[in-house]
Write a protein that binds this ligand. Structure first.
Ligand SMILES: [Zn+2]
Length: 141
């Protein structure tokens, strides 16, 4: 997945995650991207910031003690809520479902789930780059 900072015509900025840049263009064309503040569909990409974030427990622990991370933690909770609200959870079927999206066999492109490192490598070989997001719970700390 890829993170874009989006800007609506009213200059609201918000972050959103997409499977890849192609998916962003597709959703934009279909007017499926809305400003989270004013629901405007007039959205432009602001800064592209693809980020690969480790999701293993150790990496998360390292992140948790990092000041930068504490700052972004609120954002991660927002992202999580956004994903949960707007994306379909496919769990361990994720690698297969991602392929379906990639090869245009799927209607709902907004999916999330889990993939092992091996599955991620295989997808990467097929040209599908994933980004994992640390899944932050509201009540942690
Ligand atoms: Zn707006």
């Amino acid at each position: 997945m890829i993170k874009y900072i989006l800007k609506c015509k009213n200059k609201h900025e918000f972050e959103s995650w997409f499977l890849n840049s192609i998916e962003f263009e597709k959703l934009k064309k279909k007017k499926l991207i809305k400003c989270i503040y004013c629901k405007s569909q007039n959205i432009e990409k602001s800064i592209m910031s693809p980020k690969i974030v480790g999701s293993s427990k150790k990496e998360l622990e390292n992140l948790s003690s990092n000041k930068e991370f504490i700052k972004v933690k609120k954002d991660l909770i927002k992202i999580r809520k956004f994903v949960e609200k707007n994306f379909e959870y496919v769990g361990e079927r994720f690698p297969q479902e991602v392929r379906n999206v990639y090869y245009d066999k799927r209607k709902n492109n907004n999916i999330y789930g889990t993939a092992s490192n091996k599955e991620r490598e295989e997808l990467k070989d097929e040209g599908i780059e994933l980004t994992s997001v640390p899944w932050i719970k509201d009540k942690e700390n």
